[in-house]
Design a protein. Sequence first.
Length: 291
Amino acid sequence: MKDLTGQLFGGNWTEKKLEILRKYLESYNIALKNQPFERVYIDAFAGTGYRQQRSHLYGNFAIFEEFKKDESEKFLKGSAKLALEVNPPFHKYIFIETDGEKIAELEKLKNEHPEKKIEIIQSDANEFIQSYCGKEDWANNRAVLFLDPFATEVEWLSIEAVAKTKCIDVWILFPLMAVNRLLAKDPQKVFSERLNSIFGTDEWFERFYNTRTLNDIFGKSEEIVFKACNYQGIAQFYNERLKAIFSGVAEKTKVFYNSRQSPLFQLFFAAGNPKGAPIAIRIAEHLLRSI
Ligand SMILES: C[S@@+](CC[C@H](N)C(=O)[O-])C[C@H]1O[C@@H](n2cnc3c(N)ncnc32)[C@H](O)[C@@H]1O
């Protein structure tokens, strides 16, 4: 089902994800409000600014008008809209999206906030980030980047470009279930290129696959390669990759599960600026623990 004013995705965990983001943006702007930097919010997978919530999620309360209104207003906002409402505000907002129809919705959102400096960019997020990070004036700017893809779109090259600025804090929704599927049980069927692009290395193979020698009764031996990793191991590897390039990485993360209790995504936080990292990590870990 598609609706131009919003999009259907996520479950209850979507609210948690957005609440963590919203609270972080608020704390970030409070913490930096007396600093001379221009604060930028970058939403690299921006969507439309709104989400369409299945009505049964607030069904029982829908008979009361006031509940209906509260629930719908609370649940319908997507990351872009929430970021625009954060107080104190950012100096600039950059919304990136590939889909033309969603871009049109973002333009409407921009018109709803004429007082705000908003750039809407129709582009692949990776392309934009890699070029923007190298061009922006990082002596005078600080940014928070939200990477909220549907699946495995985020390239390690983008993460590296972000870390290199030393001025961007980033929230990454890592597609745990999708990556686990790319790591096929049959080593012949592993999606190596995509995994290299996500992890920025091919070391995942050594980490996630083991070799065993099987001897048959005729004395012939055969090397068997088999998958030897779980969700925790995948997340641990990604965390180590982040730690190698960022000033700080939150040890605490949040796993989001689907209705069958299988891990879908894991939310990571990394801080870019060496001076700001300790406080940024403290705030992020508090939010990851308490929401
Ligand atoms: C999970 S949704 C984002 C939801 C949004 N953060 C929110 O809270 O409303 C992912 C979005 O990324 C867009 N998208 C997919 N691939 C992209 C890419 N390579 N670059 C930029 N946007 C992309 C999709 O069209 C979709 O709107």
